[in-house]
Design a protein around this ligand. Structure first.
Ligand code: NAP
Length: 275
């Protein structure tokens, strides 16, 4: 009997060159015995890339920077949590030929945090007001925690805080904040700003846990400083693995091997370190 062709999944973003999603997804499908392949496309024209999902056809697409919000109008359906967050990072091309948008970043943040702490009744200072910050605030609220927003641009931070019903502090006032956990959702600490930290070291003692959504490098300057200050550091790998695992669940209906996926990511990061 002729074997059916592999299911095809893809990553849409710009740039996509350094993403670890392809090795992580492909290793997971192989381990699960699923005949599927996952590749990355550097998207220049989003409308054309969406047409490609239907024509090829692709079973599902991961969406990353800068298209997570821009993609929404192109979809037939958007799940409620993705609509509230205002960002889609996962598209399912379901059997009726329709494209449905999901957000798995919020599950990623929550499951990443829950590897180290219980969210309920804890306070979280979220640094940033972009897509990752909105996913974090949404997830923390869903789990019974209390987020507060700290952002460089006051208008954007205030608008987000109002939408999620939580307090806002300008970045210049971060020294006055006490919270159980600080979450960095800014890109400060990753290339091209490796070695930089979004905040000064002196205030880290105001937090018990410090999470960085960045996973490359594994130990950002912020997490190094947090360790010195006696905080428990949480890197972005857990979030990355869980957001990808949730995508696989949406596309295949099967539970992926999360610990195996984490090992694949850690090995890839180790190999890149040696470059
Ligand atoms: P985004 O929508 O562009 O938002 C970035 C936020 O960071 C904005 O609020 C911006 O503040 C702030 N910011 C940028 N540069 C800053 C600086 N120099 N100083 C202070 N604040 C600064 O980006 P995003 O999609 O939320 O992604 C943010 C980070 O999360 C990226 O590093 C991404 O790789 C990471 N991420 C990780 C995962 C994972 O699975 N681990 C998943 C999603 C995202 P303004 O409002 O003032 O511009």
């Amino acid at each position: 009997m002729k074997e059916s062709p592999p299911a095809i999944f893809a990553l849409y973003g710009n740039p996509v060159g350094h993403s670890l999603s392809p090795p992580m997804h492909n290793a997971a499908y192989k381990k699960m015995g699923i005949n599927a392949t996952y590749c990355s496309y550097c998207v220049e024209d989003l409308a054309e890339a969406i047409t490609r999902i239907r024509e090829h056809p692709l079973g599902g697409v991961s969406v990353t920077i800068p298209f997570k919000t821009a993609v929404i109008p192109y979809l037939d359906e958007v799940q409620d949590d993705a609509r509230t967050i205002g960002a889609v990072n996962t598209i399912l091309h379901h059997d009726k030929g329709r494209l449905r948008g999901y957000n798995t970043d919020w599950t990623g943040v929550v499951l990443g945090l829950e590897e180290s702490l219980d969210i309920r009744d804890k306070t979280f200072a979220i640094l940033g007001a972009g897509g990752a910050a909105r996913a974090a605030a949404y997830g923390i609220l869903r789990r019974g925690g209390s987020p507060l927003i700290v952002n460089r641009t006051t208008a954007r931070g205030e608008e987000m805080a109002q939408e999620f019903g939580c307090p806002f502090y300008p970045l210049s006032e971060i020294g006055a904040i006490r919270a159980d956990c600080l979450i960095n959702t800014t890109p400060v600490g990753m290339a091209p700003e490796k070695g930089a930290s979004p905040i000064v070291t002196g205030i880290l003692a105001n937090f018990q846990w410090v999470m960085d959504c960045i996973y490359n490098p594994l130990k950002t300057q912020l997490l190094q400083d947090a360790e010195v200050a006696g905080c428990t550091p949480i890197n972005g790998v857990g979030m990355f693995v869980h957001q990808g695992a949730e995508q696989i669940k949406i596309w295949t209906g099967k539970e992926p091997p999360r610990e195996f996926m984490r090992q694949v990511v850690l090995e890839e990061l180790g190999a890149q370190d040696g470059d």
